[in-house]
Design a protein around this ligand. Structure first.
Ligand SMILES: [Zn+2]
Ligand SMILES: [Zn+2]
Length: 214
C-alpha cells in the first residue's frame, strides 16, 4: 500500500469537522483546542471550502489527541466523541462525501458508505483503508490506516497532566460511527474501539458495532 508522503483529506472534510468542533466548544474553545494540538495556522484560517487534499491526517490526529490535553481523560474523551458525533451530521449534509439511506438494519454495504469519508485521503478503494467483517452478533471495522492516530505513538498521547493515556483514543471515528449507525437504524447501538494501534502494539484500530443493545 502506498500513500503520498503526507496523506490528506479534502479541505472540505476538515472544514466540516472543525465546524462541528466549534458547535460543541464554541469558536474560542476550538481555537484553544487547535493551540493545544500545535496547529496555530488553523486557528486563523479554516481549511478552504474545496476538495483539494490538503487537510492532513497528521492535523486530524493532532486535534483528536488535543481533546485529552484540553479536558483530561474522561471529559476530553466525552467532548471528542461528541464532536465526532456532530461531524456526522455536517458530513451527511454534504453529498460529495456520503450517499446513505435509513434502513431497518445495518449491512456491510451501508457501513462502507458511512465510513467512506474517512477513506478519502487514499486514491485506492475503501478496502485499502478499512475492512468490515460481519458476525452473528456484531460487525468489526478494522482501520488498516487510522486517521485518528495517524503518525502518533503512545508517548504523544497524554492527558492534561502529561500522563500517557492507556486506553483506545480514536474518538473522532468512534463518535462518527456511533452517530452514523444511530441515524441509519433509528436507535443507538453499542459501538466500541476494541483495539487501538496506540496501545496494542497493533498495526490497526478495530471498532466493534453490536447488532443489538441487549
Ligand atoms: Zn486509530
Ligand atoms: Zn485507535
Amino acid at each position: 500500500m502506498s500513500y503520498p508522503s503526507e496523506p490528506a483529506f479534502p479541505n472540505r472534510f476538515g472544514r466540516l469537522y472543525l465546524e462541528a468542533v466549534a458547535e460543541v466548544l464554541g469558536a474560542m474553545g476550538r481555537s484553544a483546542l487547535l493551540g493545544l494540538g500545535g496547529l496555530p495556522l488553523l486557528m486563523s484560517d479554516l481549511p478552504p471550502d474545496n476538495l483539494a487534499k490538503e487537510f492532513t491526517l497528521r492535523e486530524y490526529a493532532a486535534i483528536n489527541i488535543a481533546f485529552l490535553k484540553m479536558g483530561g481523560r474522561k471529559m476530553g474523551r466525552g467532548i471528542a466523541v461528541r464532536c465526532g458525533r456532530d461531524s456526522f451530521g455536517h458530513l451527511l449534509r454534504n453529498t460529495d462525501f456520503i450517499a446513505l439511506e435509513r434502513s431497518d438494519s445495518l449491512d456491510t454495504e451501508k457501513l462502507t458508505a458511512l465510513l467512506k469519508p474517512f477513506t478519502l485521503f487514499s486514491e485506492g478503494d475503501v478496502q485499502d483503508v478499512l475492512t468490515i467483517q460481519e458476525d452473528d452478533t456484531h460487525y468489526t471495522v478494522t482501520f488498516l490506516t487510522c486517521p485518528c492516530c495517524w503518525g502518533l505513538s503512545s508517548e504523544h498521547v497524554v492527558d492534561r497532566l502529561g500522563k500517557v493515556v492507556d486506553e483506545p483514543v480514536c474518538f473522532g471515528i468512534l463518535g462518527y460511527l456511533a452517530e452514523g449507525v444511530r441515524w441509519i437504524v433509528g436507535h443507538e447501538l453499542p459501538v466500541t474501539e476494541v483495539a487501538c494501534r496506540i496501545q496494542n502494539d497493533s498495526e490497526v484500530c478495530v471498532f466493534r458495532i453490536d447488532k443489538s443493545d441487549s
